[in-house]
Design a protein around this ligand. Structure first.
Ligand code: AMP
Length: 457
């Protein structure tokens, strides 16, 4: 199918042609005609499927009749409102809209928290047809009366599941209650959890459902690997993988802001070009780091789930889960950062001894088997070895059995760590001492204070 068959105007077709979109993606093929018809839409679309254009192109087509070059703010009321869970995703949608409206006199702006409200207020006062906002900052503007929502014709809830996960449900319901009842509502979500369905039932009119991939499915373009790694070796394994696989760029996911910061610092010490992004960094720093990564000037981006949500980096070859995510849905989102728009990618998960539960949850949700493997040169400590038989043996052990036990202990004993740069590798101790040392040190290393779990909101 061609974009020209979807009922879009020449101005829009020209703009997307310049973006290099030659053919609509499956979600675009299904959603564009539906949105053009004015129907409400409940869409389950994986990240990287082209969902932004799937809702934005038909919205712009519908708003085309209002396009004008007047300087009067009254001529540019907000007609489409897009709610996004994170600043990064809002920013990205904003960038896309700017490119799609290149040949249309429709205005768009993006507002999110963590930055000065004044420039946003000025933009809003000039008038915009399309507003992209995070819920909290939108409510601030509503309170300050810098936005009027009485002319909104289309509402988009993007990554609705994530907005709910982040605790925005009350804000969203409040905002939805302020919008004209006569409007079109488009809800995009990676999953249709019961809360999403409730939201749809309360605020949407007989929505059409569009699903382009199996719910919670992972992208087939992404090769998924799980490595069993002792926690205290994860950083060395990561540095080794980045080097040995010659990863030109990689996003590494951590669960907490603290562990993301610590890992970025450690990787830098290992001689790798790494920076962390998370919610505690200023908006300016986050955008700077992101821009450096997008331009290929930064090799390793260490991110938390929230900060990386919606990141669109074209041709990102690798994603690494340094810590397995608490929720299996986050795994789907994380690995969706690679393999975007048909490109191939590799997602590597480093599974610590106490992360098997998360691994099982991922396999269950994504309905696939991800067999854990060992990383060459990085053996497992006693923490991850299969438990030895504890039944007391009264009889003298028979020779073949002794032999086989020796064999398995050879296979699983800690092997020398490969060069890790700047003297960071583990020291190779004498076998006897090493075992004693590990017994004493490993529990402490498994939970150093810097890895204290902190849930980021
Ligand atoms: P999204 O799922 O909206 O985050 O889009 C993922 C990436 O695919 C973005 O970089 C888009 O610019 C790109 N994209 C969207 N639609 C198309 C298309 N029809 N052809 C090629 N790339 C596209």
């Amino acid at each position: 199918m061609l974009f020209s068959e979807l009922g879009l105007s020449p101005e829009i077709l020209r703009a997307i042609d310049e973006q290099g979109y030659s053919q609509p993606t499956p979600i675009q093929e299904k959603a564009i005609p539906l949105v053009l018809s004015g129907r409400d839409l409940l869409a389950a679309a994986q990240t990287g499927t082209g969902k932004t254009a799937a809702f934005m192109l038909p919205i712009l087509e519908r708003l085309k009749k209002f396009a004008n070059t007047s300087v009067s703010p009254a001529m540019h009321p907000i007609r489409a409102l897009v709610l996004s869970p994170t600043r990064e995703l809002a920013d990205q949608i904003g960038v896309n809209v700017q490119s799609y409206t290149k040949y249309l006199p429709l205005r768009a702006t993006t507002v999110y928290g963590g930055v000065n409200m004044d420039p946003q207020t000025q933009e809003l006062r000039r008038g915009v047809e399309v507003l992209i906002a995070t819920p909290g900052r939108l409510l601030d503007h509503i309170q300050q009366k810098t936005v009027q929502l009485n002319k909104v014709e289309v509402l988009v809830l993007d990554e609705a599941d994530r907005m709910l996960d982040m605790g925005f449900i009350q804000d969203i319901r409040k905002i939805m209650g302020m919008l004209p009842k006569e409007r079109q509502t488009l809800l995009f979500s990676a999953t249709f959890a019961p809360e999403i369905k409730r939201l749809a039932a309360d605020f949407m009119h007989t929505p059409q459902t569009v699903e382009v991939a199996r719910q919670n499915a992972t992208n087939e373009q992404v090769e998924q690997l799980v490595f069993k790694v002792d926690n205290f070796k994860k950083r060395q394994v990561l540095a080794h993988l980045i080097r040995s696989r010659e990863m030109s760029q990689v996003i590494v996911f951590c669960k907490t802001k603290i562990s993301a910061d610590q890992l970025a610092r450690d990787l830098k010490r290992d001689g790798l070009d790494a920076e962390a992004i998370h919610g505690d960094k200023t908006q300016g720093t986050r955008l700077e780091t992101l821009a450096a990564f997008k331009e290929g000037k930064l090799r390793v981006l260490v991110a938390t789930d929230v900060a990386a949500r919606g990141l669109d980096i074209s041709e990102l070859p690798y994603v690494v889960n340094f810590e397995m995510p608490n929720s299996p849905e986050d795994y789907v989102h994380r690995i969706g950062r690679t393999g975007r728009a048909g490109a191939k990618g590799v997602a590597i998960s480093l599974m610590g001894p106490e992360e098997t539960r998360q691994h099982e949850a991922i396999e269950k949700l994504t309905k696939q088997t991800l067999t854990p493997q060992s990383v060459d040169g990085f053996g497992l400590s006693s923490q991850q070895r299969p438990k030895p038989m504890l039944t007391p043996m009264r009889e003298p052990m028979r020779e073949p059995m002794r032999e086989s036990m020796r064999e398995s202990s050879r296979d699983l004993s800690p092997t020398p760590v490969l060069s890790a740069g700047k003297g960071e590798g583990l020291k190779q101790a004498r076998p006897g001492r090493r075992n004693r040392k590990e017994k004493r040190e490993v529990p402490a290393l498994l939970l150093p204070p810097r890895y204290k779990v902190e849930i980021i909101r």
